[in-house]
Write a protein that binds this ligand. Sequence first.
Ligand code: GRF
Length: 203
Amino acid sequence: TRVAILISGRGSNMVSLIEAARAPDFPAEIVLVLSNRPEAAGLARAAEAGIATQAIDHRAYPDRDGFDAALDAELRAAKVDLVCLAGFMRIFTPGFVEGWAGRMLNIHPSLLPLFKGTHTHARALEAGVRLHGCTVHYVVPELDAGPIVAQAAVPVRAGDDPDSLADRVIVQEHRLYPAALALVAGGKVRLEGDRVIFDAEAA
Ligand code: GRF
């Protein structure tokens, strides 16, 4: 399975996916890292790891459709099978998302469906939840709403602030995303409509 990782920033989740994919038995190959921001620090980290990189500056396009079309062309040119969003901070047009239905994953720093959107750690503390965490899900046109592949829970501790909570969640993200990608790329899960079917159920 040929995988492209899309980033907008430091790319710490990208690094954990690249590292995991080094294992000879990992069922996916990271073939491309793309960013909407040419200055994204993750691009240099991908290049250091020997992965092809490309920046598609969203400011160079008149509208969302134009950017998404350019991105789609690059992904298809690289014969990408699966897209992993990792700290990618743009919202796609529904058309682009539908073109990658069942072939695009995202990691979100909350236990979805709680806390869709941004500032999830502050909102979790505000809500007084005792369990927080992260979720890998298939991407659908509605933001942070796609079928869930995997989750990791992180207890909220007394005295936590958004940064201390984020620091514990990100550690779980770096464990969860490679595991979730291995499940999807390894054919252990598949999407049927809006349900994720695990092979145990499929047997
Ligand atoms: C992480 O919290 C991730 O869940 C969210 O963006 C943040 C930064 O990710 N999608 P990364 O360090 O750029 O991978």
